[in-house]
Design a protein around this ligand. Structure first.
Ligand code: IPE
Ligand code: IPE
Ligand code: MG
Length: 263
């Protein structure tokens, strides 16, 4: 109890009030269309660390702080859903110590940030394959889900062991199961039904996808859901990404004209 109180106080102190310039910008942004769902490929942690002569994991640590700042920035703006690509199905190819470190981050984030997330009425979830994840990582995710399930505000999802191709193959298998058992009729299989079998079934498609680090590719992220998303890329590395840049992306989004194939 005392520990919880202490971490609550620490968390509370960390959350400074907004600078007047940020407040002003936020109010202006709120006058325009706000994306319902923003998805981010948080890239460049390793390079950030290497540039400083530090091990790659130092970059992941710094990147976790950015997760906190951007979660606050998105929540302050009234975004409904924020999805953060945290570990891909291809990232298992990395050195074991880096993988281990990344798998430990959800527990750490749970310890340091759950109280603030609850205070902000944010719900936390995961999109991705649970199968290969270590027990302790899954426990942390469960802790987040249980700790925030009563909340009604922004949906913060971590894409963990996520890969769009494996997600779609899994969806196809589940649909086949349901067709074979008679739960679903083959004629009912359409885009809307397919959506319901994806890990993101509880989320609208992203309106805006952001990728940091200068790479201009999708890296197996939400291939289905990004069909009509606006894409925004920046050369900055994820640990250097900021509320200012995030709001710049939103400003640019507000100037885009979305046509969905129409005129
Ligand atoms: C993104 O940063 C975080 C994860 C993929 C987990 P990287 O670790 O890919 O950093 P770079 O791209 O090597 O700099
Ligand atoms: C994409 O970044 C995955 C995450 C941000 C979690 P990567 O660094 O793994 O992507 P590539 O290898 O540059 O395409
Ligand atoms: Mg990378």
């Amino acid at each position: 109890m005392i520990e919880r109180l202490k971490s609550w106080l620490v968390g509370y102190q960390k959350e400074k009030s907004l600078k007047p310039a940020d407040e002003e910008r936020l109010e202006l942004l709120k006058k325009g269309p706000i994306p319902r769902h923003v998805a981010i490929i948080m890239d460049g942690n390793g390079r950030w660390a290497q540039k400083r002569g530090m091990p790659r994991i130092a970059g992941h640590r710094a990147g976790m702080k950015t997760v906190r700042h951007i979660t606050r920035a998105a929540d302050d703006l009234g975004i409904e859903a924020l999805t953060l690509y945290s570990f891909s199905t291809e990232n298992w190819k990395r050195p074991q110590d880096e993988v281990n470190y990344l798998m430990g981050l959800p527990e750490e984030f749970l310890r340091t940030d759950l109280d603030e997330l609850v205070r902000r009425n944010i719900r936390v979830g995961m999109v991705g394959r649970e199968e290969e994840l270590p027990e302790h990582t899954l426990r942390a995710i469960e802790g987040f889900k249980a700790g925030t399930e009563g909340n009604t505000g922004m949906m913060l999802s971590f894409a963990l062991n996520y890969g769009a191709r494996s997600e779609m193959i899994q969806a196809v298998k589940w649909i086949i199961d349901d067709v074979e058992s008679g739960k679903v009729d083959k004629g009912e299989v359409d885009e809307g039904l397919f959506d319901q079998y994806l890990y993101t079934s509880n989320l609208p498609d992203p309106d805006l996808m952001i990728r940091t680090s200068g790479e201009v590719r999708i890296s197996n992220f939400m291939l289905w859901q990004l069909a009509y998303s606006e894409l925004w890329f920046t050369d900055g590395l994820w640990p250097d990404f900021s509320r200012e840049l995030f709001y710049k992306a939103i400003e640019d989004f507000q100037r885009r004209s979305r046509r969905y194939g129409a005129v």
